[in-house]
Write a protein of this length. Structure first.
Length: 156
C-alpha cells in the first residue's frame, strides 16, 4: 500500500505537537525551581546554635542568605541563642566591604554592634564561636578572603 506525501507531513506535524507539549512541561518544571536562598536572621540563628554547642568550628549556611538594601541586623537579636550572655561580632568579606559604596558594613560598638546592607545580594553566612561567650558571624563567599586562607574573615 502506497502512502503519499500527506501522510509523512501528518506524522511530522504530530511529532512537532508532541515536542512542543514536552517542552511546555519541562519549562513548567524548570520555572518552578527557585534558587536556595533564605532569611539572614534565621540562617544566622541556625548556625549560631551549632557553633555555640561546638566552639572552634566554622559553620557555613546550607543555602545563601538574601540580604536587602537598607536592612540592619543587630547582635542583640541573637542573645536568646547564646544564653543571654554571649557576644556576637560581625565580619564582612573584603569584596563586599571594599570600595566607595560598600554593600556590607559592620556598625556600632561591641555591645550594640550590627551589620547593615546597602544593596540587594545573596551571599553565604559563616559562624564560628570562639567560646560560649563570643561568636563571630561572617558574610561572604567563603570564611576567608583569600583563596590561600591568608585573609581571614573569622578569627577562629
Amino acid at each position: 500500500m502506497f502512502r503519499g506525501q500527506a501522510f509523512d507531513t501528518f506524522k511530522l506535524m504530530i511529532a512537532a505537537v508532541i515536542a512542543v507539549a514536552i517542552l511546555g512541561i519541562l519549562l513548567g518544571i524548570l520555572g518552578g525551581i527557585t534558587p536556595q536562598v533564605g532569611d539572614p536572621g534565621n540562617l544566622i540563628k541556625q548556625q549560631l546554635g551549632k557553633g555555640y554547642q561546638l566552639p572552634g568550628i566554622v559553620y557555613a549556611s546550607q543555602q545563601k542568605a538574601n540580604f536587602k538594601a537598607g536592612t540592619r541586623i543587630r547582635s542583640d537579636a541573637f542573645s536568646d541563642v547564646l544564653g543571654g550572655t554571649g557576644e556576637v561580632k560581625f565580619y564582612c568579606n573584603e569584596r563586599l566591604a571594599a570600595g566607595s559604596s560598600p554593600r556590607c558594613q559592620v556598625t556600632g560598638g561591641t555591645a550594640r554592634s550590627g551589620i547593615s546592607f546597602t544593596a540587594d545580594f545573596d551571599e553565604d553566612i559563616f559562624v564560628c564561636c570562639e567560646s560560649d561567650e563570643l561568636c563571630n558571624i561572617g558574610v561572604g563567599d567563603e570564611p576567608y578572603q583569600g583563596g590561600d586562607g591568608t585573609g581571614k574573615i573569622l578569627p577562629c
